[in-house]
Design a protein around this ligand. Structure first.
Ligand code: TRP
Length: 336
């Protein structure tokens, strides 16, 4: 079975952007029965730009784990693990750091963009750890001989960097590592409630999987609609309305076509339209909310899932490490 590897930085709860962008796909991959899927909670990577907020990373490890379980990630079929508890990944990162130049890291488009966005953290000079996180991500992937990496577009340069490291390693030490392939998600990035291209915590425009029904109604009420539509019978333009945009994500085809034509004809008021959207979002989130409630009431089960997943993952990383050390002539006494 082909090995699929993905993960998230635990810096906040997951929102519907993650849900449509990656979580639904992961559940699909899991249930196809065709892949062996690993999902890492990338706490070490989260620390690269949150090193001064360890409590935030710690808290969100469990939050993200519950987000995964609530959308239907089944720990019997998918291995969920905590990155920092796999020391082999840190070890590999050190070995790989010889195979990457600083100039190459500085040219990585994802890293470049992120450094610009994080000026408040790094000022004019970025840390060694942050600049090098693509190396650690290459270790995440190759420690598990990950073949398929489902990602959004912004992650493509990281996978390319990983592929380069793999080729360099294999050309020097022998053919040991597996070169991964990115599987680009077909869904475009989900826009925020305010119409911003990106949904995110810092932007304050996100709908979280853990939001209550009331919170969702409140957020939807604040969503940006057609500014030219003042009275209910004004003819609307759904193409510039965030409420319509979300209707398309949460409605059946028939439902959203109806929303569209009623809006254009001025037969649908924005308030009623928003209430209906909130209902449809809640319809989709109901089973997710139910599973979340279960895990929130059983934190010991969440811990058990993480401990077991991490121990299973560690076995795999250990096996890779034996091969890597042998290839690098670091197997001094025959073992390890
Ligand atoms: N960089 C990813 C993100 O920010 C998280 C991540 C860490 C990851 N290691 C990975 C993704 C390995 C895929 C494969 O969301």
């Amino acid at each position: 079975m082909k090995r699929v590897l993905t993960g998230d930085r635990p810096t906040g709860n997951l929102h519907i952007g993650h849900y449509f962008g990656s979580l639904k796909k992961r559940v699909e991959i899991q249930n196809s029965g065709e892949y062996e899927q690993y999902i890492l909670i990338a706490d070490v990577q989260a620390l690269t730009d949150n090193f001064n907020h360890p409590e935030k990373v710690r808290k969100n490890v469990r939050e993200v784990a519950i987000d995964y379980l609530s959308v239907g990630i089944d720990p019997k079929k998918t291995t969920i693990y905590i990155q920092s508890m796999i020391p082999e990944v840190a070890e590999l990162t050190v070995f790989y750091s010889n195979l990457v130049t600083i100039a190459r890291l500085e040219r990585n488009p994802t890293v470049k963009t992120e450094i610009l966005q994080k000026k408040d953290i790094f000022g004019e000079s970025v840390t060694y750890g942050f600049l090098g996180y693509p190396v650690s991500q290459a270790a995440d992937i190759t420690a598990f001989e990950g073949e398929i990496i489902p990602v959004g577009e912004d992650q493509l340069p990281l996978i390319e960097q990983c592929r380069e490291i793999v080729r360099k390693f294999n050309s020097i030490y022998g053919n040991v590592l597996t070169e991964p392939k990115a599987l680009l998600s077909e869904k475009k990035r989900i826009k925020g409630l305010d119409g911003n291209d990106k949904m995110g915590k810092s932007l304050g425009n996100a709908i979280y999987l853990r939001d209550s029904e009331e919170a969702i109604l409140k957020k939807v009420m604040s969503a940006v609609t057609d500014p030219n539509r003042i009275r209910k019978d004004d003819l609307g333009n759904p193409d510039v309305c965030m409420v319509y945009y979300y209707h398309q994500l949460f409605d059946t085809r028939e439902e959203y076509q109806n929303v569209c034509s009623e809006c254009r004809l001025g037969k649908r008021g924005c308030v009623a339209c928003k209430k209906e959207l909130a209902q449809h979002i809640n319809r989709e989130l109901a089973p997710i909310r139910e599973r979340r409630k279960y895990y929130e009431e059983h934190p010991e089960e969440v811990d058990k899932i993480l401990i077991e997943g991490t121990s299973r993952a560690r076995e795999v990383a250990r096996e890779t490490m034996v091969k890597v050390k042998k290839a690098m002539q670091l197997d001094y006494f025959g073992k390890e």
